[in-house]
Design a protein around this ligand. Structure first.
Ligand code: ACO
Length: 335
């Protein structure tokens, strides 16, 4: 039986920094409200004149991950691309990445699991490697949120939270047991699908939504989030799925060297940290600088934690996410 391990990580964020004060010029909000409720100080937004899109940012992050892994692009056997903000309604960003990177005819698939997308993608990749079907798999999470948010006061409870960026991991086959991705744990609960959703453009809302341009109307092509309901579910599910992962590997909370929670809201991370009595050194957060980058948040945070020397060989790293769907999951890794 093979195992999979992360051989290289990369990240890319646009240069354009948008502070809370910048947002306050567009809508009725302020730095104190945003920081107090979310911990976010600034985020990155793609500029229209940039060549950055969800797919191209994914390529930039993936190129770094491949270089660090020492794997040639032609040895990639599968591309898994997680996003809720693809460049096109179809086809997905996976095939765009393949084309932009000049990779041969390997399969490319898109994962539509929002904030849990990277962990779902990692799990898919892990299964393909464990069975021996593939050797090298690129898992990418990338989001262009700023292109689809309502930056008027009407949309402030959602638009201040999200930011743009991409992260990527190159997973490779290992024949050494007891390290790499030890296990992944996935869940979903579709009964709450519309509590955090974007209904249109879609086959249901597409034409009517696009044809109407009246800002007074209840247009379904901006995201909707029932913030407090999502928050309450997030703290419960985060805790459950972290414990599930630890128990599956006969690990205790004290065995965690680094917890990288999806960067949804600093208050959620702090709640989990307090509940599990983890020290500041055991939890990595960067939402203060990037906001919530959904499928990109875990690979961006994992890359930065590794770049800063906070993850070392042999460390037990726990990834955990919760988001729209609802979907949630965890991954337990021995680095
Ligand atoms: N600036 C100033 N005031 C605001 C803003 C803003 N940006 N947004 C909302 N308000 C106001 C509201 O209008 C409301 O005013 P009122 O009391 O006069 O009616 C007040 O602030 C409180 O609003 P709430 O929505 O109740 O604020 P809450 O404390 O719930 O915080 C937040 C909102 C930050 C969104 C929080 O609920 C949250 O983080 N939820 C979870 C988000 C999450 O985890 N998402 C999952 C991942 S995302 C994904 O999967 C795509």
């Amino acid at each position: 039986m093979y195992t999979s391990r992360i051989a290289g990580m990369g990240k890319f964020v646009p240069d354009n920094v948008v502070t809370n004060d910048d947002l306050a010029e567009m809508m009725d909000t302020n730095d104190a409200w945003i920081q107090e409720r979310t911990g976010i100080k600034e985020r990155r937004h793609i500029l229209k004149e940039d060549d950055n899109t969800t797919a191209t940012m994914g390529v930039k992050a993936a190129t770094i991950a491949l270089e660090r892994a020492g794997v040639d692009k032609n040895d990639v056997d599968l591309i898994v691309f997680a996003t809720l903000s693809p460049d096109y309604y179809f086809p997905g960003c996976g095939v765009q990445v393949q084309d932009l990177m000049g990779i041969h005819t390997c399969p490319a698939l898109d994962v539509r699991n929002q904030c849990s997308g990277f962990i779902y993608g990692l799990s898919v990749a892990d299964q393909f490697i464990k069975t021996g079907m593939y050797k090298n798999i690129l898992v990418i999470g990338s989001e262009n949120h700023s292109g689809g948010l309502d930056f008027t006061t009407r949309g402030r409870s959602v638009s201040v939270i999200f930011g743009d960026g991409a992260g990527a991991a190159l997973l490779t086959r290992s024949e050494k047991s007891g390290h790499g991705i030890l296990s992944t744990h996935l869940h979903s609960e579709g009964q709450h699908a519309l509590e955090l959703s974007l209904k249109g453009p879609s086959t249901e809302y597409w034409v009517p939504a696009i044809m109407k341009d009246d800002p007074q109307e209840d247009i379904p092509y901006f995201p909707y989030m029932n913030g407090q309901f999502v928050f309450k579910n997030a703290v419960t599910r985060f805790s459950e799925v972290i414990m599930e992962g630890l128990q599956a590997n006969q690990m205790q909370v004290s065995d965690i060297d680094m917890l990288i929670p999806h960067q949804a809201n600093l208050r959620i991370s702090q709640f989990i940290q307090k509940k599990f009595q983890l020290s500041d050194d055991q939890v990595y957060n960067n939402i203060q600088r990037y906001g919530n980058t959904t499928a990109a948040s875990i690979p961006i945070a994992l890359t930065e934690a590794w770049e800063e020397g906070k993850i070392k060989e042999g460390d037990r790293v726990v990834l955990a996410a919760f988001g729209s769907g609802f979907t949630w999951g965890s991954a337990i890794i021995k680095w």
